[in-house]
Design a protein around this ligand. Structure first.
Ligand code: ARG
Length: 465
């Protein structure tokens, strides 16, 4: 084969007089990673060919040949027998070349009125739309697991923290519903992002549109897009929809990472608030006693790469002039890895969360240890007529006494307490207990067990919608 023939082998080889440098060929190829788009690439081509036949650019016979050929290509890829060629650069040209091998000259007509620029933008949107739906389901499964656990532990008392210092008692169910609320917002962001993903760029062609009498509404309908895009230059150049998805993912992972951090703390011997089942943990090769919370640790760690992918895509986009630039080929690996990582983390969490076991006795001891009902005593004094600042001062002194004695407020006698204020009466013990403290926060959004149960019921109803 002469050099000239070699360059003519390329689907774009016409104007070239020497073959592509062997390294440049490998350097510029994307088929190693974009082959994962094959299904959506073929789906897009089927719709495009169908539309071309409807408007008379292809004959019905040509369209039928193309559709049959594409089905063969799809089957061959799915069987694992398809040969992906680096010299054919990307998934689009590999599939088109294979189609032409099968059906001859008609295969070369598929690309009429289209460019790889609108083709790849369409493929990524179709791919991402499907993955968003999978991720939304997995997220809902995790949310349901959190609701189940929150209801089970609606009355389990633990210390609530600020500055990681014991602050006030809360119910474990209430704490879990805080994680639930973060995930609600993540799920909303995902659905909002989906609206902008589900817009069809096909028809933009290389950048300016096409001279063929295409029917973009028809293609959009065939592919399940909400609408066709408004501007051809914008359609082939921007990847903001992928950036938006990655920013959803970064926030979700940031939430899961914070949650992970708590699970890691809570499983430590120092906290000992929860048990994770053995199947979600691993041991140490040297220390026989170890049971490590690997799943939460890995999820916390993987947050770094997802956050990094968001920055990669933002940086990829920031200097690009209109319209398509080859830079955009670099959008795929960060996006794909984000999708894979988020799916993996959600799956692990959705499986693990319902199996978390709260060690209620340890949580209770910890809640008592840190004078967590001090605010309740101050509120009690205010209700008896003290000004809040004076009440704060009185309770501060009682706590100092407790620290010196090594005893919680609820373990002091009435006469010990009345040293600090004569407003204190026998009824003080109703508010100094952990149960009294959480039950008193009995309003929407508060930590009382009944409020937690009611919040879980409301959340479940919304999740089903
Ligand atoms: N592989 C390319 C990408 O991922 C497809 C589009 C190529 N377009 C072009 N004009 N070279 O972006």
């Amino acid at each position: 084969m002469t050099d000239q023939n070699k360059s003519a082998d390329k689907l774009w080889g016409g104007r070239f007089s020497e073959p592509t440098d062997a390294f440049v060929e490998r350097f510029t190829a994307s088929v190693g990673f974009d082959q994962r788009l094959y299904h959506h690439d073929i789906t897009g081509s089927v719709a495009h060919a169908t539309m071309l036949a409807e408007v008379g650019v292809l004959t019905v016979d040509e369209k039928n040949q193309i559709l049959a050929g594409l089905q063969e290509v799809r089957a061959e890829i799915e069987s694992g027998a398809f040969h992906w060629s680096i010299s054919l650069e990307d998934v689009h040209m590999n599939i088109e070349a294979s189609l032409t091998d099968r059906i001859g000259i008609t295969g070369k007509k598929l690309h009429t009125g289209r460019s790889r620029n609108d083709q790849v933008a369409t493929d990524i949107r179709l791919y991402l739309r499907d993955e968003i739906d999978v991720i939304a389901d997995e997220l809902a499964r995790l949310q349901l697991g959190l609701l189940d656990l929150a209801e089970r532990d609606a009355a389990t008392i633990m210390p609530g923290f600020t500055h990681l210092q014991t602050a006030q008692p809360v119910t474990f169910g209430h704490h879990l519903l805080a994680w639930y609320e973060m995930l609600v917002r993540d799920a909303e962001r995902l659905q909002d992002c989906r609206k902008r993903v589900n817009v069809m760029p096909l028809g933009a062609a290389a950048l300016a549109g096409t001279t063929y009498p295409i029917d973009r509404q028809m293609t959009a309908r065939l592919l399940g897009f909400d609408r066709a895009s408004e501007n051809s230059l914008d359609s082939v150049s921007d990847r903001d929809f992928a950036i938006e998805f990655c920013s959803f993912a970064a926030l979700l992972m940031t939430h899961l990472s914070r949650f992970s951090e708590e699970l890691v703390l809570w499983t430590s011997a120092q906290f000992d608030f929860i048990d994770l089942p053995d199947r979600f943990c691993t041991g140490s090769s040297i220390m026989p006693q170890k049971k490590n919370p690997d799943v939460p640790e890995l999820v916390r760690g993987k947050t770094g790469r997802v956050n990094g992918h968001l920055i990669s895509l933002l940086t990829l986009m920031k200097g690009q002039p209109l319209a398509y630039n080859k830079d955009n080929q670099e959008d795929k690996e960060p996006l794909f890895d984000t999708v894979d990582t988020v799916k993996g983390c959600l799956r692990a969490y959705a499986d693990m969360v319902p199996a978390i076991h709260a060690k209620a006795d340890n949580m209770r001891i910890a809640a008592k240890r840190g004078f967590s009902t001090a605010t309740d005593l101050a509120d009690y004094l205010v209700k008896k007529g003290a000004a809040f600042r004076d009440a704060h001062e009185i309770v501060g002194k009682a706590v100092a006494f407790g620290v010196a004695e090594g005893r919680d407020l609820s373990d002091m006698t009435l006469s010990e307490l009345t040293q600090f204020s004569d407003m204190i009466g026998e009824d003080v013990f109703d508010v100094l207990t952990l149960e009294g403290s959480v039950q008193a926060r009995d309003h929407q959004g508060g930590t009382a067990p009944d409020q937690v149960r009611a919040a879980a019921v409301r959340a479940r109803a919304k999740l089903r919608q």
